[in-house]
Design a protein around this ligand. Structure first.
Ligand code: NAD
Length: 266
């Protein structure tokens, strides 16, 4: 399969390039882009990913990349993702989107692309987190509102969106288990005289610091007992592995929006 990588010089982009090359029996890199003006433009994709050269050059021409690739992997920024989704729609190219922090409106562009091609969209591409999502939904359904749900997430100091896309996905899973919407249940911040906790709310708290790859804890706090479901990522490669697996999975799939649940058959 011909894979394109946008955001090639990013932390995830570089790892995704390495991961595609690990799976050279199934896929190859046909091109990669970086943001206009990036140091990576004109350099060999392999060099940018800190491995041996592969004879493919990084460009800023995303349209050309979508034309050449069977699937494009996007871990960039919400604004860039919207542009990439338009190109996926135009060229009917499969899109694997791991970018987080998209607004509802920005997410609609992925829905548009999904009319023309398969789109895999997941705030977290790891197998473990996707397992956690189903455990959270089941636990929320079984334990009922006498157990307060709190979601804690910790990430490295460079992360720019909060709460993490994964924390929000966990919130949506908990809300789905309770058959409510997250919008009405979520409490994103607490400060000052907040009053007692309301029944049925789903609280979020956020830590940012150091080089934490990503930790998520969903706590179900009852009277006299507490259930905690925890996932700790120690290597960003789990996201790259999931993204490349998602890209190869799109082969022969109908247009539509898919999640990692579909890819991993959970
Ligand atoms: P990063 O800042 O290191 O990389 C982002 C890259 O995108 C940068 O190199 C930037 O120059 C590039 N970029 C921005 N606009 C572009 C454009 N128009 N064309 C080409 N490249 C462009 O960030 P990162 O840590 O690699 O994370 C990127 C995104 O992936 C974030 O939203 C992050 O939250 C998300 N993420 C998702 C998962 C997951 O499993 N879904 C895992 C890790 C990170």
């Amino acid at each position: 399969m011909k894979i394109g990588v946008v955001g090639a010089s990013g932390r995830m982009g570089r790892m995704i390039i390495q991961e595609v090359l690990v799976h050279s029996d199934e896929c190859e890199i046909v091109g990669a882009t970086a943001r206009e003006g990036s140091y990576a433009i004109g350099r060999d994709v392999g060099k940018v990913a800190e491995i041996d050269p592969i004879g493919v050059t990084v460009t800023d021409d995303a349209a050309e990349l979508f034309k050449a690739a069977d699937a494009v992997i996007d871990f960039t920024s919400p604004e860039a993702t919207v542009e990439h989704a338009k190109l996926a729609a135009e060229h009917a190219t499969a899109l694997v989107c791991g970018t987080t922090g998209l607004t509802r409106k920005q997410e609609e562009s992925l829905g548009e692309a999904a009319k023309a091609a398969p789109v895999v969209y997941a705030a977290n591409m790891s197998v473990g987190v996707n397992m956690l999502l189903s455990l959270v939904e089941q636990t929320a359904a079984r334990l009922g509102v006498e157990f307060d749900i709190e979601i804690f997430e910790a990430h490295h100091r460079n992360k720019v969106d909060a709460p993490s896309g994964t924390a929000l996905a966990l919130g949506r899973a908990a809300a789905a288990g309770r058959e409510v919407g997250l919008d009405s249940a979520a409490v994103y911040a607490r400060e000052g005289h907040t009053g007692a906790r309301e029944d049925g709310k789903i609280g979020f708290s956020v830590f940012r610091g150091g080089d934490v790859v990503g930790e998520h804890t969903v706590t179900f706090a009852g009277q006299g007992e507490r259930v905690e479901l925890v996932h700790k990522a120690s290597d960003r490669r789990i996201f790259a592995t999931g993204a490349v697996r998602a890209a190869t999975w799109t082969k022969g799939k109908s247009p539509g929006v898919y999640t990692m649940k579909d890819v991993l058959d959970l």
